[in-house]
Write a protein that binds this ligand. Structure first.
Ligand code: HMG
Ligand code: MG
Length: 303
């Protein structure tokens, strides 16, 4: 059984661009490019746009201009502009530029968590406690990302029990949704089904989102599986931009255009205009001098 409606959570300006090597050579133009990208995405019907990350600029230099970006975008009232905040310093920066929602992030693998946020899994969760407490004071919704839900590039297979247990902890702490990151894109539909079946025993489906990277070309198949199992929030990235700096070989998120086309074909309402997103993907790729990873987009005429 498929849902009638789904929410597309656009992560291109953050997950897509965080690992984009071509940005560095653009200097201050990179900030303008991001602002234009977010403004354009805001006009497509998308209601969730992850617009920046308040993280260490030494670790992720491409996100160092997040304050500048988020303070200059044209806000559309119906759009939620969110940002990653790994700690209180990041939260403070997000509050200063009026982020509408924040996200904390950890992973199912000790090695990945250590490399990505310099903490063990339990330390990372401890670190989120004050972040969540302050975010609640500001009435900010809090999302959580859980990386490596299928496999870790350093530790191998992840168990469904581990994913469920950490996701439950994050929800108990006050996160409204946990986005399941197949960070290196190794998942296949059967494994997705197995994981969601395990999670559904204790976590309500609306508190789960899927965040598939497409390194092995499995993302759309995995999304189709998730859609059949009550999942109604899908993370995607315009033009399939992106990768992950701490997951060697990982490619971008599934392309938003391809997810929109899939949903259209399945009769699922997204409220998002495929042609508009496709044109935006075309523009950002030509600005960056890269090829779009969206299959669908390459078949749509762009003026
Ligand atoms: P740390 O070294 O333990 O932190 O890093 P620290 O508190 O000791 O600070 C070290 C330095 O970072 C200091 O600067 C701080 O001021 C600075 P210094 O004194 O050396 O000049 N700093 C900050 N600067 C700006 N904003 C901040 C901030 N915090 C500290 N918020 C920390 C811990 C978490 C900060 C660091 O490890 C970090 O920033 N990691 C982020 C890595 C990241 O952004 N990865 C990509 C996003 S996750 C992802 O892509 C996966 C996802 O898409 C899902 C999936 O696909 O699986 C979400
Ligand atoms: Mg990601």
């Amino acid at each position: 059984k498929l849902p009638k409606q789904v929410t597309i959570f656009e992560v291109g300006p953050r997950d897509g661009l965080q690992n984009e090597p071509h940005l560095a050579s653009l200097g201050s133009q990179a900030t303008t490019l991001k602002i234009e990208l977010i403004n354009a995405l805001s006009e497509t019907g998308l209601r969730h746009i992850e617009s920046g990350a308040f993280v260490s600029p030494k670790m992720i230099p491409t996100m160092a201009d997040s304050s500048s970006v988020m303070s200059q975008i044209n806000r559309q009232p119906q759009v939620c502009y969110s940002a990653l905040t790994p700690n209180l310093k990041g939260l403070e920066a997000a509050i200063n530029v009026n982020a509408n929602e924040i996200a904390v992030f950890t992973s199912c693998s000790e090695t990945f968590t250590q490399k990505n946020i310099n903490a063990s899994i339990s330390e990372s969760i401890k670190r989120f406690e004050p972040v969540i407490a302050v975010a609640h004071q500001y009435l900010l919704p809090i999302r959580a990302y859980l990386s490596c839900v299928m496999d870790c590039p350093y530790e191998g297979k992840t168990s469904a029990a581990q994913v469920t247990s950490i996701a439950q902890t994050l929800i108990d702490m006050g996160c409204y949704q946990v986005s399941l990151g197949d960070t290196i894109g190794t998942g296949t539909p059967l494994r997705v089904a197995y994981l969601l079946e395990a999670m559904h025993k204790q976590i309500t489906a609306s508190a789960i989102a899927v965040h598939f990277h497409d390194s092995y070309g499995q993302a759309l198949a995995n999304i189709y599986q998730a859609l059949q199992m009550e999942i109604t929030t899908i993370d995607s990235s315009v033009a399939g931009l992106g990768g992950c700096p701490y997951a060697p070989g990982a490619s971008g998120n599934v392309a938003t255009e391809d997810v929109l086309y899939l949903c259209q074909g399945l009769g699922i309402d997204t409220g998002v205009d495929l042609k508009k997103v496709s044109a935006i993907g075309h523009t950002i790729c030509s600005q960056l001098g890269i090829r779009s990873q969206s299959k669908v987009s390459s078949l749509i005429a762009h003026p």
